[in-house]
Design a protein around this ligand. Structure first.
Ligand SMILES: [Zn+2]
Length: 144
């Protein structure tokens, strides 16, 4: 398999995922220094929702809503951007990017695609952010 997302899923590192079910996996992005930047990945190697099963479609909305709520709760952004491109890795994954109140104008809206990849995620504070996100996701599962 030459797909990076499939390889990560096959490697089975549950610690790196914040949440998973039969259809989706949720992890924190390490590609930028934006805390709360999550990536929702389809468990199966599909390009987009046109190839999704009924179960994948049924749980897509709830997963997106849960992840968006967790981001709002933990990092309190002004907006949460969600989009999928699947150009670098042709495996369905959705970017959920918190856009803070003080985000410079150049990176707002479509500008987010030009957001710098360095510095990378802050390894010192990431564990605490992930702990809070996991706790919030678990809380949402409990209250349904
Ligand atoms: Zn794949």
């Amino acid at each position: 398999v030459d797909c990076a997302i499939c390889q990560n899923i096959a490697a089975g590192k549950p610690d790196s995922y914040l949440f998973e079910n039969n259809e989706w996996l949720l992890r924190h992005s390490r590609e930028t220094n934006i805390e709360g930047y999550l990536i929702l990945e389809a468990r199966r190697h599909i390009l987009d929702l046109s190839q999704a099963t009924a179960n994948e479609i049924a749980s897509y909305g709830p997963m997106l809503a849960m992840a968006t709520r967790a981001i709002r709760k933990v990092v309190a952004p002004e907006k949460v951007y969600t989009f999928t491109l699947a150009e670098a890795v042709p495996h369905l994954h959705i970017h959920l990017i918190p856009r803070a109140k003080d985000m410079p104008r150049a990176w707002r809206g479509r500008g987010i695609l030009a957001y710098p990849l360095t510095p990378a995620v802050n390894a010192a504070t990431l564990p605490e952010v992930c702990r809070a996100l996991r706790q919030e996701l678990k809380r949402q599962m409990i209250i349904g």
